[in-house]
Design a protein around this ligand. Structure first.
Ligand code: EPZ
Length: 416
């Protein structure tokens, strides 16, 4: 199995363009089947989760091929409405295909996506919004059998601002008769990117980015070309890496407003940060200050996906920082691996207390999940000596070329 080797202690310097956003392109790939024609995606990241979505699209009868750096989908020949277990299990977020398959075909059959490394990943909110639109959904033997040939738009209030449930609701509502109004919708920027894609396809969606989203169903659709928004969590990861290792980096193709809670935290920790015109510059001396309490929350709060990498940046800080993980039940699996490198982290339920240590030491560690794996990259860059990171398939789900990117910034890192 491949692993990543890092010789820590090198300051990071240089400029890097940020890849396209995984959490935007995945729902957009599901949305592409709403139109029985051609979709061209630019800036689509090469990720294992994207390849998993491509396999689902091809299973459904679509063409999905890379043409140079563009991903081209043709959903004209879509003929199936089932996603088999082996494809569902590759990627939990494939549940977002439920809404788009229902909207296009009137039927859908998916195996339950199940949990993941972050804990149980229930889909009750997804099923609730689809049932409120008129879908009949039966759960039999781990399989969801759904009928939705006469979806009716209506006002729906989400009990919590679930990102995936909001996306599924939008996609199903595109196939419903009349208007759907979603209240208490998630406000993540990836949903605004999905809205922009859908409007480019001819759908009528508005309000994304706010808590109220309106969809006019059954609009004629057309071929669409869309550029995927930059990945704010990948940007946060590289900023955390420079904060931890010290140096000065510039990120381009990034929307500062999408990660302002992260840059605010790194600024409090002692980094100098300049942003504007699609770029962010961070300068760090490497020795950071503790930053009090970090509470993860739905957007625009501090993103749960940045918790692990910011924690890794603070492992050598002066003082103690308290993290409160309010989104997922089990999102501290990276802690044990960081402690193998000399970190001092105490966890009790959803709270982790990070007390800064004078130094981290290279060690053999393993990725536990996508962002936990990214945290090991950050810690390895700041550690003395060599760190070997195993199970890097977790990282490859969301980072297109982390080794190449960090080498561009001067890191002593390689994959083998
Ligand atoms: C999306 O997951 C992202 N994934 C996650 O990113 C991200 O952490 C999360 O949103 C929160 O921002 C993609 O976009 C592909 P939720 P999602 O529905 O949609 C509970 C990464 O690292 N819940 O907002 O699954 C759920 O258990 C990944 O890139 C229910 O209880 O997140 C969780 O505790 C990890 N019932 C909370 O809500 C439901 O029906 C937030 O989940 C749905 C969710």
């Amino acid at each position: 199995m491949s692993h990543i080797t890092i010789q820590g202690g090198t300051r990071l310097e240089g400029t890097l363009a940020v890849q396209g956003a995984k959490n935007s392109v995945l729902p957009i790939l599901a949305a592409s089947i709403l139109h029985p024609g051609r979709t061209v995606l630019r800036g689509c990241p090469h990720l294992s989760d994207v390849e998993a979505s491509i396999r689902i699209l091809r299973h459904l009868g679509c063409r999905a091929d890379w043409e140079g750096e563009e991903l081209v989908i043709d959903a004209g020949d879509l003929s199936r409405w089932d996603v088999p277990d082996h494809l569902m299990r590759e990627m939990r977020s494939s549940v977002v295909f439920l809404g788009s398959i229902l909207a296009r075909m009137g039927w859908a059959e998916l195996s339950h996506p199940g949990g993941c490394e972050l804990g149980p990943r229930p889909i009750d909110l997804h099923l609730s919004v689809l049932r409120q639109l008129g879908a009949d959904i039966r759960e039999e033997g781990g399989c969801l059998r759904c009928t939705g040939q006469h979806l009716e738009g209506r006002e729906i209030t989400l009990s919590m601002p679930s990102v995936g449930a909001t996306e599924n609701a939008i996609l199903a509502a595109c196939g419903a008769q009349g208007e759907t109004v979603l209240l208490n919708a998630a406000r993540e920027p990836e949903i605004a990117d999905l809205q922009e894609f859908l409007c480019g396809m001819g759908c009528r969606v508005k309000g994304a980015g706010s808590s109220t989203i309106c969809v006019q169903g059954r609009q004629p659709t057309r071929d669409v070309c869309h550029t995927v928004m930059p990945d704010r969590i990948v940007a946060a990861t590289y900023l955390a890496a420079a904060a931890a290792a010290g140096g000065e980096i510039e990120l381009t193709r990034v929307h500062h407003s999408h990660l302002s809670t992260v840059t605010a935290a790194l600024h409090t920790a002692g980094c100098q940060i300049y942003s504007g015109a699609g770029r962010i510059v961070l300068r760090s001396e490497g020795r950071l200050r503790s930053i009090g309490t970090v509470r993860t929350a739905p957007y625009p709060g501090f993103p749960t996906d940045a918790q692990a990498v910011v924690m890794a940046a603070l492992l050598r800080s002066q003082g103690a920082t308290v993290f409160v993980e309010n989104i997922f039940e089990n999102r501290y699996r990276h802690v044990d691996e960081l402690c193998r490198m000399g970190a001092d982290i105490r966890v009790a339920d959803r709270v982790a207390v990070v007390t800064g240590v004078p130094a981290l030491y290279g060690a053999q560690v393993r990725c536990t999940d996508l962002r936990g794996g990214a945290a090991l990259l950050v810690a390895g860059l700041a550690a003395r000596g060599e760190t070997q990171i195993g199970d890097i398939f977790h990282i490859q789900r969301g980072y297109q070329d982390p080794v190449g990117d960090l080498r561009k910034l001067g890191a002593e890192i390689q994959i083998s």
